[in-house]
Unconditional design. Structure first.
Length: 152
């Protein structure tokens, strides 16, 4: 007997929901600072390409790719920040499509370090090529945060 998977409905194809957890062997303060460094001046892609990112750390602050001379790409706005336990960003992120994104980093102290609970929720038209690489990109960022925090 063969089993076929049903294709997602039109509504389901408009939703992206990524949840990741990451244990970091560092204090919550070190981990939060590593998060800010990775999303800001230390940002790079899984392929190792540095991106000139800036993060203005206050409610309403921008997270953007700064190409200089007023050029760049807005990735989002800081929706909430509560040092060192929460950073929430909403905006288009790296997608130039009709889409709304919400990204949350929730940090909590656990035995042996810090737990990062990451959640990316998106609603909109996300074509397959970028959709397929999003998990890989967030996992890379998480591993970079862990590495930075554990080095300090």
């Amino acid at each position: 007997m063969s089993t076929a998977m049903a294709a997602p409905s039109a509504a389901e194809s408009l939703i992206l929901n990524i949840i990741q957890e990451l244990h970091v062997r560092a204090s919550i303060e070190q981990t939060f600072e590593a998060l800010l460094e990775q999303l800001g001046p230390g940002f790079d892609t899984p392929e190792g390409n540095a991106l000139p990112m800036k993060l203005e750390l206050w409610p309403g602050g921008r997270w953007f790719r700064d190409l200089g001379d007023g050029n760049g790409h807005l990735w989002g706005h800081v929706q909430a920040v509560k040092r060192p336990t929460l950073l929430e960003i909403s905006g288009p992120l790296f997608l130039s499509y009709a889409v709304a994104n919400n990204v949350q980093y929730r940090l909590s102290e656990v035995p042996g370090g810090t737990m990062i609970a990451f959640h990316h929720f998106a609603l909109g038209a996300i074509p397959d090529p970028p959709r397929q690489g999003i998990n890989k990109g967030w996992a890379h960022i998480g591993e970079c945060i862990r590495s930075r925090a554990e080095r300090t």
